[in-house]
Design a binder for this molecule. Sequence first.
Ligand SMILES: [Zn+2]
Length: 309
Amino acid sequence: MSLLKQAEYIISQRKQMAEQAAADNYRKALEIPEIMEAEKEYGSVLPRYCRCEALGVIDEEKRAKYEKAREKRKQALKKYGFSEKDFLPRYNCPSCSDSGYKNGSPCSCLRQAINNIITESYGINVAQLPAFDYVDPALDEAVKAHLGGVYERMKKYCEGFPSTKFATHVFSGLTGTGKTHLACCVAKRVMERGYTVIFLTAFKLNEIFLRYHLDHRDGGRDYLENIYGCDLLVIDDLGTENIFKNVTVEYLLSLISERMFSGAHTLITTNLDGVQLMSRYGERLYSRLTDKRKTYIFQFTGENLRRIT
Ligand SMILES: [Zn+2]
């Protein structure tokens, strides 16, 4: 099944669940005789009242009956802990009522469902991404002060997304210094704000490149299209992947360059320093990733904080 079909199925399941929950609430409410009676009365006066309204006829008697029946129904529902809203589906995405499309174009919820499939194929549970409340009181004050600055900065980045000073961020530092944790917080917040996000390890991304390279027709073309097109792409742990000749560096350079050119946002975490990035990926990718006019680089230093990542 294509990514689009899978995502459409997920959205349709959400719609079905929301509608089923509303129908269940209505059925449960009608099991209560007092509500059933009020509902019947309301149901009998409503069409007559609506007809008058539609025809522009003012019939005070019908209006009074309607108001009375409506109030009686409202009170009966309230008495048993229901409200009229309980009978309407609570859609995950009010913008498209969980149809996945808005004015004929894919809604952002559908695009994000596609991205979640890609992200989750790498093993990240999107629903369990951490929030920004990272501060661990047990942490050393110096470490807290060091990380606090970048957390505050990235929080502001998320709130201002996508109109921010930098569209490309590189978190560099040793393993266990909290880079991935912060990248997860950023991904979660940007997603919550309604933008499309893909979170992948460099290892997984490299696999997708290779699959596509070996088979253009059926090798994850739809994965790549979404990876190129999402609002924020997070590449975690750059430098841990294998270098496949004619693939890894070339595809990565094309992806990063194209995203920079189109103004799309990219966040990269890496254990490598500048010298290592240069020797591994070459001058062109290195210069893009370290261009201070376009890229914000944060150096994670300090002790191993693996326990908070
Ligand atoms: Zn939607």
